[in-house]
Design a protein around this ligand. Sequence first.
Ligand SMILES: [Ca+2]
Ligand SMILES: [Ca+2]
Length: 352
Amino acid sequence: MKRPQLRTDRPASTRRRERGVALLLVLLIIAVVATMQIETQYTTRIDAQIAANVALDTQFYYLAKSGIEAARSLLTEDRRDNAFDATTETWAAPIAYPVDEALVSLSLVDEERKFPINALIKRTTTPQQGGQPAQTETQVDEELYNVFTSLLESLEIPAEVAPALVDWLDPDDDPYGGDGAEINFYERLKPPYKTKNGPLSTLDELRMVRGIDAKVFRVLADLVTPYVTEPKININTAPKELLTVLLPEADSSLMDELIQKRTDEPFQKPSEVGEYLKGFGASFPDERLAALEKLFRTDSNHFTISSSASLIPEGGDEEDGNVVQAQNLKLLHAVVRRNNDGITELIYWRAT
Ligand SMILES: [Ca+2]
Ligand SMILES: [Ca+2]
């Protein structure tokens, strides 16, 4: 067969170069096609994986959500069982149960164990009377304010946080005491913002208050609550850091004894707290005992429920198992308020 003639009016070196370019082009096309094939396969695989992950994510979401519902039933049952709340009860211990290949883990923390920040401001409403509209008066709860300043001191948090917090919550724009912080402080920030001048809705809001940086927030986060409005703390569940501040009269041996007592035999009503402390004699005069019975409660009605759903890792394929577990772990946080009949109402919800 006669080969097609190359144009002969050009030198051989040019022809060789053209053949080289053509070869290069072919190689390049092969490479591009191969890459495209790989990419198509890769994309298809990724798409399938995304679809599978979305399905798993939804499954895990509902598993974690079922955990929240289980915790709510537990709290209802608990209130029907007795009228007090203590860390020795079923709800207070971590719970984990398998559902097929998944594990649902629950933890419940009562909010009444913490310092009730919003109660720092007492609100009294005078009902509408003879043409006068209803009026709300506010004042700082001095007793609670003193507890809060002692708490800050014991945690080595700057004292200026206390008046700044009062100003964040109180309705006026006058700085509290000599070291408060109202609008004239926050409007100079970049970006500027206003004071809340009302109760905190979530814990994260604390970060807006002068002096509460990330470090201070971490220290305070487990010890204070925005959900409880009554100026009372549950003596059965309060952490030792807070108890020490609430009972400055108690030496370390009384504190240890108190913690043992509430574990063995939780206080069932506030009057038992007075009776118990009375046994310690002169350090608790009657007037002080009466004040402590008002400050302490023995039940809790607000609970933070954390519920997570994860895949139980399969033995033998640890690496894969871990990857799947990390991808599909679902964590939900809920805060519920429980009424006297034990029925819970959802007041906060967050999925991560
Ligand atoms: Ca204010
Ligand atoms: Ca103020």
